[in-house]
Structure formats: structure tokens, C-alpha cells
Design a protein around this ligand. Sequence first.
Ligand SMILES: Nc1ncnc2c1ncn2[C@@H]1O[C@H](COP(=O)(O)OP(=O)(O)OP(=O)(O)O)[C@@H](O)[C@H]1O
Ligand SMILES: Cc1ncc(C[n+]2csc(CCO)c2C)c(N)n1
Length: 258
Amino acid sequence: MGLMTHSSTFLLPKASIVGHGPALNYALVVLNQSLPRFTPLLWRHAQLRLCADGGANRLYDDMPQLFRYDDVFAVRNRYKPDVIKGDMDSIRTEVRDFYANLGTRIIDESHDQDTTDLHKCIAFIRDLMPDLDKSNLCVLVAGALGGRFDHEVGNINVVCRFATMRIILLSDDSLIHLLPSTYHHEIHVHSSVEGPHCGLIPIGVPSESTTTTGLQWNLSATKMRFGGLVSTSNIVKEGIVTVRSDSDLLWTISIKKA
Ligand SMILES: Nc1ncnc2c1ncn2[C@@H]1O[C@H](COP(=O)(O)OP(=O)(O)OP(=O)(O)O)[C@@H](O)[C@H]1O
Ligand SMILES: Cc1ncc(C[n+]2csc(CCO)c2C)c(N)n1
């Protein structure tokens, strides 16, 4: 079975990155929730930037607040998304017009009321990338956690629906990504920016057997299921956490405040 490595280097300044595994190309999707304070850092890492519908309002309203000493319009011009996509029921007209005038591609999919705006954005990224590029692509989703619970679950479901893509859901406080059962996993923990609190959560189906190293409460061929044991409030103890499981799991780790 192959090894998949994970490393939150997108939370580090670009210059300080020492690679673990292949260098990844990043895409950023901004959702309709208050922007995480490190969004400008994610923006710099990303080669492609999208807003999911009302996410464009957040970019327009919140980004200038992250640069309090800069001119509001200078900040808005600096942070121009490549694409705004969604059912367009939340983006304000002035915001849509502002970014359209800057040259942002606007994709209105108001006919589709069965998939979320995040889903629409991930499908766009998937279809844009040639097959070969996809293994090195990682999609960062800003503002995906906290807020309305149905949206949070919808966002997690997108991670599961596009299970072959690397997608990382982020808030100010934590990140989540999938650990597919078809790989063994090595998670390189950057303790300056993340941890120590973490969790491993079976999603969809129970896990009959999960084994970990590097945690305070390791699992040893342990069964996990909702209604039984799920590993929450665990603590990272080593620089590398390893996970092998017979089922897909969600990995979550806290993000440090300063
Ligand atoms: N409170 C929230 N918590 C987490 N994610 C959110 C939240 N609000 C919005 N999102 C994410 O941002 C995307 C765009 O948000 P937007 O408000 O434009 O969606 P929407 O389809 O109009 O939502 P709804 O009609 O259900 O209120 C959503 O698809 C969702 O992924
Ligand atoms: C069973 C079922 N539940 C909810 C919705 C509603 N819905 C899901 S995604 C979406 C678009 C949000 O931008 C909307 C309105 C549906 N279609 N089918």
C-alpha cells in the first residue's frame, strides 16, 4: 500500500518551507464566512483563487480589515479572485460588478440547486486541471468550519465526494482533511503553527481497525464508530503522526493563535 504524506506548509511563510514529499500546487476557495486571519498567507501560496458565491462579499468586506493601515481600494485591487462561482444568491451586486470590472470570471450556476457553492467550485478546479497535475494539487478552503452546522456538514461532505482530491477545510481554529483508507499516512506536524489538539474521526462507515503512532492516546487495531469510540481531544506527541486504517478517516488538528 502506498504512503501519503501530509504537511501544513501553507501555514508557514513561503520562504521558510522545507519540503516533506513532493511540492504541492495550491488553489484557494474563499467561502461565505469571516476570513481566517491567515487568509493573505493562503492567498500567496495559491496559484488559483476562487470565491464561492457570497465568499466574494467576505473578500471585499474583510480583506481590507486585515490591512487596517492600507487604502481599502488598494487592498481590494490587490486581492482579485480569478473566479467567482455559485448560485449567486448571496453575492451583492456592487461586489459582483467590482470584481467583474477587474476581470474576474463570474460563473452563474443558479440553475443547480442540488449542489453547494463549494461543490461547484471544487468541480471547476477538478475539470480545469489535467490529470497529471491533480496528484500535486491541494485545495485550501477558507472559512469552512464554525458557523452554520448544515454548511459545515455540507463542506465535509464535499471532501468525501471528491475523495481523490486533496482538500483541506480551514477556519481560524482548526483544519480538517481526509485520510483515504487506500494509503498509509504520515502527517508532518508543524508545532509552531498547529497542534497539539487533534482528532481522528471515521466518516460514513465505522472503522474496524485503526493503528496510529505519535499521539498521546494511540490506537492499536482499534475499532471506531459513531455511537462508540471516536478519537477526539487527542494530543500530538511527535513530529510525525502515522495512521493506517481500513476505512476513510477525517484528520483534524488545531491551529495556533499567534
Ligand atoms: N456559516 C457557514 N459555515 C460554513 N460554511 C459556510 C457558511 N456559510 C457559507 N458557507 C460556505 O460558503 C459557500 C457559499 O456561501 P453562500 O452563503 O453563498 O451559500 P448559499 O448557498 O447562499 O447558502 P444558503 O442559501 O444555504 O444560506 C457555501 O456553499 C458553504 O460552503
Ligand atoms: C434533498 C435536498 N435537500 C436540500 C436541498 C437544497 N440545496 C442543497 S444544495 C443547494 C444550493 C445551495 O447553494 C440547495 C438549495 C436539495 N436540493 N435537496
